[in-house]
Design a protein around this ligand. Structure first.
Ligand code: GDG
Length: 734
């Protein structure tokens, strides 16, 4: 298999130095995670693993030089550069990515800007990536798109490439709660969600992010999910949680290298064996660096005993230079560090050692290994790899991790000292707790966390994601197989034409007409009446509905067709009168009605329907989330009440119905079927109430068609009621 990794940045950045372009490794969590996975795969015995990494090379390359540049870099790296004009990068990367999505998704709504010109360019750059991928994509490629810069890309690719390729998307930053996500202009928030739904699998770091995404999809696009699976445009899309890991052995192993050991020892000596607190971050307002310094300052103030006994190494890596908020935070840090050092420092002791630069890998490992305490206090962080890397490097000591509960990593690293980064007092106290933790407790905590990180490392993470992508895809393909294609439609029409005695059975709501928020309004239109007129001239036709006899008579008596009302309780043969098909005890209804009323009152917008053998609670007009909760409670309660009664609880499309067991569409359907020796039978239905008849016809020579893409016993599927009508038309015209 070949894997196409697509991210905004390539794993290296091209920089111009004295007129020449030089390549430098890019920093950041995404690059370090994916690079580790690719390194592992390159060196593993899976010989057919190939990959290409597509992304922006970090600088503008003149058009005349682009070809040469691409050839040069692809000699040593499996990469495809996507060239982006400098001004466009400004509106895209510095603009929509880092002045809108980044702050909003990290719960800094007041920093977010919503400029239309940035949105236009965001779309344009996503299109540019799409074109590049279309140019190079080959049969059997798997496409894995990363992060918030490319959220429209999955759908763009789906439109261009169809259903042929596996497309995965992983978001490295938090997905915010619906209330925050909805702050974005409506068109943008809708398009971004639709963009993501172009993928087969959408991955997040924590269950909370996955849940927030699913909630936004439900509230904004109205698409519900079943265990994280969304049916949309003929495909199954899954949203799931994959907490990114690190290359544990690489970090842990590097601490054993002679030069690293030497450097670790040197750091200790230079710091005169003072207790060392350490942190490293890209310069970013989300990383909570000022509050970290405030907490350290308070710690010194509250614990004068620690003066000259502890030192804080604060390593900051330059990032997103040129964006105002980043410059502001840099100035704030400079000031804060100055304050602490001047207030507490001495000629022979500086409480904060402050670095602002990139650190080569092995120096970073030495710093991790030398730190007695890691102080990681982001205000929001998708995951935070630094926390994990620190733990992996604690090999010969039992360092203590202080971790913000706002980092995705806190969900896994529960043995860390967890703090709220806005609580300076708590964080200051946590520093003391960490420094004074007894060795055994520290070691136990460390071992537990290390075990987890070793097992679910970055390779497992990527395998897990890609394995799930494959599975989701199979599920989609399974569904695809059942979808009636144009060719298959012709085959059905041919069978229909050849047959001597034909029967067409049809459900009504959701099958022949779309659902209306007001059921009384879902009347048959002229096109449908003509269609039924046409088909009933060629085949015996009957409508099997859950509606009452009144509604069906009023709308269909003018046609020469059979009818069945209330899920088979009543039958009216062609030209005949309504007959009750089953005779059951309905005394239960009186008692149940009260419970129905209680729940209907608790669920604004819902209403009750009483039929001869059933009671139904309709909730089409309700708030979808509230309805999910109430309906589950309702069903739960109903299960208790109905356990020793001969009743059935059915959950249809936005309706829960309780009815006598004998009343179902299978009985009514078989009534029509058994009347003649039919050699062509077709039944179409869209919801749970139709499953009984699908099941009864499972082993019979009959076409059973589920309208919609949910799981069903039916042998075939069509997308929606329009396609269902289309099928009837094809038969009527045959
Ligand atoms: C995003 C999300 C999520 C940093 N400075 C140097 C350096 N690094 C490496 C670290 C670590 C990575 O960069 C930073 O990763 P983080 O996870 O802490 O943060 P982001 O860059 O914001 O990453 C984040 C991540 O994506 C992965 O999904 O965890 O929440 O925001 O690997 O080691 N490496 C070297 N020198 C440096 O100066 N060698």
């Amino acid at each position: 298999m070949r894997l196409l990794i697509v991210s905004n940045r390539l794993p290296f950045t091209a920089v111009r130095e004295e007129g020449e372009i030089k390549l430098k490794p890019s920093s950041g969590g995404l690059v370090s995670g994916i690079s580790s996975y690719l390194d592992f795969m390159k060196n593993s015995p899976v010989s057919d693993f190939e990959y290409l990494w597509l992304g922006w090379p970090g600088t503008w390359v003149e058009e005349t030089l682009q070809k040469k540049f691409s050839e040069e870099v692809s000699k040593n790296h499996s990469v495809v550069p996507v060239f982006i004009q400098e001004e466009e990068m400004e509106n895209f990367y510095q603009g929509l990515c880092n002045k809108t999505i980044w702050p909003l998704f990290h719960y800094f709504p007041s920093y977010a800007r919503y400029l239309e010109e940035n949105w236009t360019v965001y779309k344009k750059i996503n299109e540019q990536f799409c074109e590049k991928i279309c140019e190079i994509v080959a049969e059997d490629d798997t496409i894995w798109i990363h992060d918030y810069h490319l959220m429209l890309l999955p759908q763009m690719l789906r439109e261009k490439l169809g259903n042929k390729y596996k497309i995965g998307f992983f978001l490295h930053i938090p997905f915010p709660s619906f209330e925050v996500y909805r702050i974005m202009p409506s068109r943008w928030r809708e398009e971004l969600l639709r963009g993501l739904l172009g993928a087969d699998l959408v991955g997040f770091h924590t269950n909370e992010y996955t849940h927030s995404f699913l909630r936004s999809v439900l509230r904004i696009l109205g698409l519900p999910h079943e265990m994280g699976r969304i049916s949309h445009e003929g495909r199954v899309i899954k949203a799931d949680t994959f907490p990114i890991g690190i290359d544990f052995e690489k970090f842990s192993g590097s601490t054993e290298k002679e030069n690293v050991k030497k450097e670790t020892a040197e750091i200790k000596t230079k710091l005169k064996n003072l207790k060392t607190i350490f942190s490293v971050d890209r310069l970013d307002y989300t990383k909570g660096i000022p509050n970290r310094l405030e907490a350290f300052k308070l710690f010194l103030k509250n614990n004068p005993d620690y003066i000259k006994k502890v030192v804080f190494i604060l390593a900051i890596v330059p990032s997103r230079v040129g964006i105002d908020h980043y410059q502001e935070i840099k100035n704030e840090l400079d000031k804060l560090v100055g304050n602490i050092n001047s207030e507490f420092g001495d000629i022979d002791w500086q409480p904060v050692i402050y670095q602002y630069r990139n650190i080569p890998f092995e120096n970073l490992v030495a710093l991790y290994a030398a730190g007695d305490v890691a102080l990681i206090t982001p205000l929001r962080d998708g995951m935070n790899l630094v926390a994990k890397e620190y733990l992996a490097c604690q090999k010969n000591a039992a360092g203590v991790l202080i971790l913000s509960e706002m980092a995705g990593a806190a969900k896994e690293l529960t043995e860390a000292v967890i703090i709220n980064p806005n609580d300076i007092k708590e964080t200051a106290a946590a520093i003391k707790t960490a420094l004074e933790m007894d060795g055994e407790t520290a070691l136990n905590n460390l071992k537990m966390m290390q075990e987890r990180l070793r097992n679910y490392n970055v390779v497992e993470w990527a395998r897990d994601f890609l394995g799930n992508l494959e599975k989701t895809r199979l599920k989609s393909v399974e569904m695809d197989v059942k979808i009636i294609t144009q060719d298959y439609l012709k085959k059905i029409a041919k069978d229909f034409q050849k047959a001597q005695k034909k029967l067409i059975l049809l459900d009504y709501d959701g099958t022949l007409v779309p659902f209306d928020r007001n059921p009384a309004k879902a009347k048959p239109d002229e096109e449908l009446l003509n269609l039924l007129l046409g088909i009933s001239a060629k085949a015996e036709t009957a409508i099997l509905s859950g509606r009452d006899a009144n509604f069906l008579s009023k709308n269909f008596d003018s046609l020469n067709i059979g009818l069945s009302a209330e899920h088979g309780a009543w039958i009216k043969e062609k030209g005949g009168t309504w007959q009750m098909r089953v005779h059951s005890d309905t005394s239960w209804k009186k008692e149940m009605l009260n419970i129905f009323k209680v729940y209907s009152n608790r669920l604004p917008g819902s209403f009750l329907e009483e039929k001869t053998f059933s009671l139904a609670l309709h909730y089409r007009k309700c708030d979808p989330e509230m309805a999910e909760i109430r309906v589950k409670e309702f069903i739960d309660e109903m299960v208790n009440y109905t356990s020793n009664l001969n009743l059935q609880i059915l959950r249809g499309s936005k309706v829960v119905e309780i009815r006598n067991y004998e009343v179902n569409k299978a009985g009514a359907g078989m009534f029509f079927i058994n009347k003649e020796p039919y050699d062509f039978i077709l039944f179409m239905g869209d919801d749970w109430t139709d499953e009984d008849l699908f099941r009864a016809l499972k082993d019979k020579n009959a076409y059973t068609v589920k309208v919609g893409l949910d799981a069903s016993i039916a042998k075939l599927n069509v997308y929606d009621w329009k396609k269902a009508r289309n099928l009837i038309k094809e038969l009527a015209d045959a």
